[in-house]
Design a protein around this ligand. Structure first.
Ligand code: CP
Length: 301
């Protein structure tokens, strides 16, 4: 079976650092035709802007060709074809599959039914490991280090796959965490237990203002309507936090605001013009990191 990237735990600390180093090289040289003759499939069973387009651009910049779909309405899945059959067919056509799916575990299952590398581009509320690697790249770029960074995660910590993956990846680097969320969207117990077992300190609060001045990275997230089975529950928490420029007067000079995007109302537009906003560059970094991930999984130096 080929090496896949399904969970951030699939990469060791050394592999993570290797990807970040290769990504820095990709940023310096944005077009390297090292994948000529290769084909990458991007199979998106759930909407995406950044992840799909940056993976496709990454493959194109490396000289590979791209096939795939961004809407299952035009595929035989609508006729009842199973995930297994879809993946087995596509894996006969291409060298690597990038896949987003609403069901937790779907990407792992796909990697088990085919012989080519699979990259999990998000599976339900579970994992989004390529986002995590670009988040790490951005933390390193903005802080000059990964060790001993304090990250304040804000918003939907219950369903947010990006915060779950990032938390696990940062466990290699002696972090401190602040979890800012209402009770309904609290960081799940399994992740809090994981941190306790690793002796990694964390604080929880429901107040956005309380710990704004204590962190190096303010990691904002969207409350994800699509993860709620009860619309009333979503209505209760959808506007729980809104970061505005006036709230940033006491923050650390080095503090940067990250967001996996898309945002809705949780970051006001006036924050974009502050020196703390870094989410557009973070999204750009996704392309370099995904160039590194694709070339690594295809065994290219
Ligand atoms: N960050 C992220 O996954 O964005 P998209 O949903 O647009 O891919």
């Amino acid at each position: 079976m080929s090496k896949s990237l399904i969970s951030i735990h699939d990469f060791s600390k050394e592999e993570i650092l290797h990807i970040l180093s290769v990504a820095a090289g990709m940023e310096k040289n944005k077009s390297q035709k090292i994948l000529e003759g290769k084909v990458v499939a991007c199979l998106f069973f759930e909407p995406s802007t950044r992840t799909r387009l940056s993976f496709e651009t990454a493959a194109n910049r490396l000289g590979a060709r791209v096939i795939g779909f961004s809407d299952i309405k035009n595929t035989s899945i609508t006729k009842g074809e199973t995930l297994k059959d879809t993946i087995k067919m596509v894996s006969n056509y291409v060298d690597l599959i990038v896949m987003r799916h609403p069901l937790e575990g779907a990407a792992r299952y796909a990697s088990e039914v085919c012989d080519i590398p699979v990259v999990n581009a998000g599976d339900g509320a579970n994992q989004h490991p390529s986002q995590t690697l670009l988040d790490l790249y951005t933390i390193l770029e903005t802080q000059g280090r990964l060790d001993n960074v304090t990250i304040n995660m804000v918003g939907d910590l219950k369903y947010g796959r990006t915060v779950h993956s990032l938390l696990q990846a940062m466990s290699h680097f002696d972090p401190k965490f602040i979890f800012t969320a209402p009770q309904e969207l609290r960081m799940p117990e399994e992740y809090r237990t994981f941190l306790s077992e690793m002796n990694i300190p964390f604080t929880e609060t429901a107040s956005l203002q309380e710990h704004l001045d204590d962190c190096d990275i303010l990691y904002m997230t969207r409350v994800q309507q699509e993860r709620f089975s009860d619309p009333m529950e979503y209505e209760k928490v959808k506007n729980v936090y809104r970061l505005e420029a006036s709230m940033l007067s006491g923050v650390r000079d080095n503090m940067k605001i990250l967001h996996p995007l898309p945002r809705v109302d949780e970051i006001a537009a006036d924050v974009d013009d502050t020196k703390y906003a870094y989410f557009y560059k973070q999204a750009e970094n996704g392309m370099y990191v995904r160039m590194a991930i694709i070339s690594y999984l295809l065994g290219l130096k």
